[in-house]
Design a protein around this ligand. Structure first.
Ligand code: HEC
Length: 284
């Protein structure tokens, strides 16, 4: 009898990791949902280390067969495919990563319900959003534009104008899993706009912030990309700065109604130009 074979993303990705390096396994299997010191899709490593410091077996059991604990959010998928010995190593790795770190609380005012005009510093919020994978990240830019970055597909999903999120249900923990967009969607991106060299495995590495503005790091095929999205000063669109290691020649394709311009003057970039460029999108 034949067994049906399901090729899930995690199984496909598993082949990429070097089996015995907990750090590499973590990056491939866990990092899309767990960050060191803040909540992403799942709890931070600081929180996990606190729960399982002296209970490696409990940790392994959870990963093999995750339960349902937190009200808001998705269920964690089983990590049984990683295997118990590697999960045990991941336990040690997580304790090491979390050592001496503190959970970063969302600081200051609740981003929701704050009049949008008062948002002068960007805000980054892990949130379940419409039309995106569970690993969506909402960013409010200074001014009145916000965008949704999908950390699972490693790409911009859409940009909206107006308020930020209606998420009171989420914060009240009454079981609602999804926030709604508080504003009007101006632009939807159906696919990653850089064609060429981006085929192959897509992997989210994480993001860093500077003055609150996030830079997303991900790999696409052989390219290592850092993307930072800023509003244009006149509010007519966004500017996306790309820094790419191992860049291939790229062709830029964006969807109507946006008009695209690249800093190199052409929408076809040589490998050298693709190392560092900006892509401006306007829809007015
Ligand atoms: C697709 C997203 C996703 C991936 C990938 C993922 N997790 Fe999770 N994880 C979650 C979510 C969501 C929760 C919270 C679930 C809940 O509380 O109901 C969670 C919770 C946990 C917890 C806390 C359990 C507790 O008792 O509170 C541990 C430990 C954990 N994950 C370990 C891992 C490890 C190790 C990996 C990689 C091998 C991993 N996770 C991969 C989403 C994920």
């Amino acid at each position: 009898m034949k067994h049906p074979i399901t090729l899930t993303a995690s199984v496909a990705l598993l082949a990429v990791a070097h089996a015995d390096e907990p750090k590499a396994v973590f990056q491939v299997q866990c990092a899309a949902c767990h960050a060191v010191d803040r909540v992403l899709v799942g709890p931070s490593l600081v929180e996990i280390a606190g729960i399982y410091r002296n209970n490696p077996e409990g940790f392994v059991q959870w990963c093999m067969k995750p339960g349902r604990k937190r009200l808001a959010g998705i269920e964690m998928p089983s990590m049984a495919a990683v295997g118990e010995p590697t999960l045990r190593q991941l336990h040690g790795y997580i304790l090491k990563e979390a050592a001496g770190k503190k959970e970063q609380k969302a600081s200051g005012v609740d981003p929701f319900g704050v009049p949008r005009a008062q948002v002068r510093r960007p805000r980054v919020q892990r949130m379940f959003l419409p039309d995106a994978s569970p690993a969506a990240i909402a960013v409010a830019l200074p001014g009145d534009l916000s965008y949704c970055f999908d950390a699972s597909e490693c790409r911009l999903r859409y940009v909206w104008k107006g308020g930020f999120l209606n998420a009171s249900d989420h914060w009240l923990g009454n079981g609602s899993k999804q926030a709604s967009i508080d504003g009007e969607v101006l632009y939807r991106e159906p696919a990653f706009p850089l064609i060429g060299g981006s085929e192959g495995t897509v992997r989210f590495i994480g993001y860093s912030t500077k003055d609150g503005l996030p830079s997303f790091r991900y790999t696409r095929g052989g390219m290592q990309v850092v993307e930072t999205i800023r509003p244009l000063a006149d509010g007519s669109g966004i500017e996306r700065a790309f820094e790419i290691e191992n860049a291939a020649p790229l062709k830029i394709e964006v969807a109507a109604p946006a008009r695209a311009e690249s800093s190199s003057g052409s929408l076809a970039l040589t490998a050298a130009q693709a190392k560092s460029f900006t892509l401006t999108l306007r829809w007015k």
